[in-house]
Write a protein that binds this ligand. Sequence first.
Ligand SMILES: Cc1cc2nc3c(=O)[nH]c(=O)nc-3n(C[C@H](O)[C@H](O)[C@H](O)COP(=O)(O)OP(=O)(O)OC[C@H]3O[C@@H](n4cnc5c(N)ncnc54)[C@H](O)[C@@H]3O)c2cc1C
Length: 456
Amino acid sequence: MEIAADVAVIGGGMAGLVAGTVASQAGLSVVVLSRGHGATADCSGAIDVIGYLPLATTPTVSAIEGLHLLAALHVLHPYSILGLERESLVVDGDVVVKRVQETIEWFLSTVAESELRHVGSLDSTIMACSPLGTLKPTALLQQTMWSDSLMDEDNVVMFAGIRGYPDFHSGMAAKTFLEERQALREGPRRVINCTVDLSNLLPVSNLSAIELARLFDTEEGLRHLAESLQSHVEGTGASHVVLPPVLGLEHAATARSELESRLGAEVIETISFPPSIPGTRLQAALEAALERAGGRLLKGHEVVGTETSKDRVTGIKARGPRRSVSVTAKSYVLATGKFVGGGLAGDERGLRETVFGLQVFDGDRMSVTETRPQKLTDLTWVTERGHRLYTCGIGVDEHLRPVGLDGRVYAANLFGAGAVLAGYNYITEKSGLGVAIATGHAAAIEAVNFATEAKS
Ligand SMILES: Cc1cc2nc3c(=O)[nH]c(=O)nc-3n(C[C@H](O)[C@H](O)[C@H](O)COP(=O)(O)OP(=O)(O)OC[C@H]3O[C@@H](n4cnc5c(N)ncnc54)[C@H](O)[C@@H]3O)c2cc1C
């Protein structure tokens, strides 16, 4: 099959779907090719923008503060590249903050139209509760994961597990949560736990998050959960109930409101470990946004070949479940993720970018293409900024065009976005989805400008 489009996007995670949606909203024809789910569908449900600066041990007060400091200290960070002035090589922090703010606002309103609402902003870092009972800094959370009043002193906070669901130990989470609060002399003084029994509806061992989410999308499942929780809430006077993140794939916000009105207590979900129901909700909301904007998503299509001529990418070939597809476009966005997504791979030949064979750099723009996986246990790869492996990726110029070792642009119509980019460590910084949104949006604007000029 042959497809001609204005913009072709390789990768269907956060960066690729943001890029595809923005380009479609600009009125261009867009095709997004996705091999399968990447890191986005595995994410915890928190949208991190910048939780920690490199080397810092305390969280940023706000993402805005973090972005300003990054712009001043780390020119090669993907956020900084959004405000990089080519001539002076100076990063304008105000430009970085403005661009990230605008893209986050765009993201929030776009996924809200897919019925996925978030709380939080770039003005202050908020703390998300993990299934272990620990807190992690982030910028935005799915609405069902946040309560303004969780940390009030007089609360009785109850962690509630589900019998047979092995991924959430309510007793351990409650203990950790309480011990951390006591150590920091903050938060509720009474933290308890319970386990509810849904054995009349589901087996009592090895329940999965997806089984529970599907159950709580039904009226019957939700009613049983409420009834099972009721006696625990009444018996303890719990003001807040903390559940694992399984309150449905489709109607989590409604499920939460119904539970709250039946129980007379606030209900929140924790953030998630993979496999992630909140990540699945996010992935579905992004795919729906692309569809609404008129973009075409080819799932299960892996790009296995590329064609270039002079300084342009002229076509890509993908292998699909039933047939191969040749795509020609005026501009291309590479948003294939890092190791989880499949955009980078390592073997005995070294570290590679998997689609175009682009140069791979570390966070300091040192070449790492010769690095073999066995070298990665070398202690020199573990720096105070975390493991260098996580900062690896492709290097881009100020228009997000991939560059080689000599700084030359690989192709004038190819733009990189998301986790495939070098220069940041989302694990230590807590910046993963924020970078994917901001660079996906920026790459789309570059791709749209290029395609529009090529058309005229
Ligand atoms: C377990 C886990 C939890 C995380 N939790 C958080 C969190 O709570 N908050 C946060 O902000 N960040 C989190 N992150 C980081 C964040 O998820 C990623 O940084 C972000 O999702 C990257 O988005 P992306 O679109 O660049 O890549 P991905 O989401 O990985 O998407 C890459 C896409 O490219 C496709 N692809 C790859 N190669 C090809 C090919 N040849 N042809 C076609 N398609 C291809 C993949 O199939 C996939 O669709 C987490 C990451 C992991 C792994």
